[in-house]
Design a protein around this ligand. Structure first.
Ligand SMILES: Cc1cc2nc3c(=O)[nH]c(=O)nc-3n(C[C@H](O)[C@H](O)[C@H](O)COP(=O)(O)OP(=O)(O)OC[C@H]3O[C@@H](n4cnc5c(N)ncnc54)[C@H](O)[C@@H]3O)c2cc1C
Length: 358
């Protein structure tokens, strides 16, 4: 098996750690996949010398009756019997005194969730893959793909690779690559600022504060934020989930602050809900979301060439599932079927996404 990668590291991983939560605001259908992912991450940690997951806990909060993401997360927890505490505004503030919440907010806390050290996850999988005979090719962009009934050839800047099966998972560049195999995917790529802010460590350190998702009303409009406690002196990390600044991934301005709202949107949340985490900006980054119209992933076989698989459109919430997505793709590639329910991720839900290659 050969892995061909455009750049040295995964594009979206500037953040170095990513939420892994089980109660799921994006849809209760994801819970079984989140739980299987967790098992696989724990297995990876046992096989690797690297730290993969930290059980920091996960919290969600929003205004009662006006926070569908938080309501769905709570409903998903109930439906799948997850160990979750349902909390009033007063109870949340008692547990996490750094929070400044209105009285009509509600929330939940899930002790078993936490975050993944994403660069370690990738490094560990890469090391194991090479150990088991995989070959990798970095800094070698794919420029074309040729399919025939039984095989597929990938043409890169340096060489041509031919094999029985192909998995395309090119993040923000999946749209361009999919056109080479006659697919026009309805993907939108968006520019996403994230920042690390100096915080009161007695209130926002990993030992006393969890990861969070917050669906809030700020200055009359709704917004969805997520974040991580400070650890190792890094500061509280925060990003805005619903921010849709559509860009071309190849020409996007990667400088934090080049857009006037980059820091402003993050500070707006901190000033209102976590004033003691609204200190100096310690570090910042810009990364890219690859979104589908309904926010659900694309994991499927090519409609004409079943030996070509596509996995993309992870719509800002895919990293935690990378372990189970790997399992799904290996089952599809080897056996043509998977034990997991991936009906939500079918290409057929998009009309007209199949064009013929010229
Ligand atoms: C700021 C931010 C925060 C996030 N937080 C979370 C979180 O807390 N929890 C969570 O679960 N998810 C999170 N996500 C989402 C998660 O990171 C993505 O869903 C996931 O990384 C998508 O994986 P991917 O493999 O599709 O794309 P990528 O990770 O972008 O990988 C695509 C790879 O394909 C390579 N490539 C592209 N084009 C070519 C080509 N032509 N030839 C060869 N190689 C190519 C790229 O170089 C890259 O290595 C976050 C994303 C961002 C941007």
């Amino acid at each position: 098996m050969t892995h061909i990668i455009r750049h040295m590291i995964k594009e979206a991983i500037t953040g170095k750690h990513e939420l892994s939560r089980h109660a799921y605001g994006e849809g209760r259908e994801y819970v079984p996949l989140a739980l299987r992912s967790q098992e696989l991450w724990e297995g990876l940690e046992r096989k690797s010398h690297l730290k993969i997951f930290t059980q920091a806990g996960a919290m969600g909060f929003g205004p009662q009756g006006n926070a569908p993401f938080i309501d769905e997360a709570i409903a998903s927890g109930k439906e799948h019997n997850l160990h979750i505490d349902f909390l009033s505004s007063a109870e949340i503030k008692e547990r996490f005194p750094g929070l400044n919440l209105p009285d009509d907010y509600i929330g939940f806390y899930e002790a078993n969730s936490g975050f993944l050290f994403s660069e370690n996850c990738i490094a560990a999988y890469k090391e194991l893959a090479i150990h088991h005979g995989a070959e990798t090719s970095f800094q070698n962009p794919v420029i074309d793909i040729e399919t025939s009934d039984r095989s597929v050839s990938v043409i890169t800047e340096n060489a041509t690779f031919t094999g029985d099966k192909l998995i395309i998972s090119a993040g923000a560049w999946s749209g361009t690559l999919s056109e080479k195999i006659g697919l026009k995917l309805p993907l939108k790529t968006t520019r996403q600022p994230i920042g690390w802010f100096e915080a009161n460590e007695a209130l926002f350190n990993l030992h006393n504060f969890p990861t969070f998702a917050a669906e809030v009303a700020i200055n009359g409009s709704k917004a969805l934020y997520y974040g991580f406690p400070s650890f190792g002196g890094c500061g509280l990390k925060i990003g805005r989930h619903d921010y849709e600044d559509v860009i071309d991934p190849s020409t996007m301005n990667r400088e934090f602050g080049s857009d006037i709202h980059d820091e402003g949107h993050l500070r707006e949340f901190l000033d209102t809900f976590m004033p003691e985490a609204a200190g100096k900006l310690k570090k910042a980054a810009i990364c890219i979301y690859t979104r589908t119209p309904d926010g659900h992933f694309i994991i499927d076989q090519h409609p004409e060439h079943a030996h070509v698989l596509i996995a993309t459109g992870f719509s800002s919430h895919g990293f935690k599932f990378a372990s189970v997505v790997g399992e799904i793709l290996s089952q599809l590639a080897m056996h043509g079927v998977t034990e997991h329910d991936i009906s939500l991720f079918k290409l057929a839900r998009f009309a007209d996404c199949h064009i013929k290659k010229e």
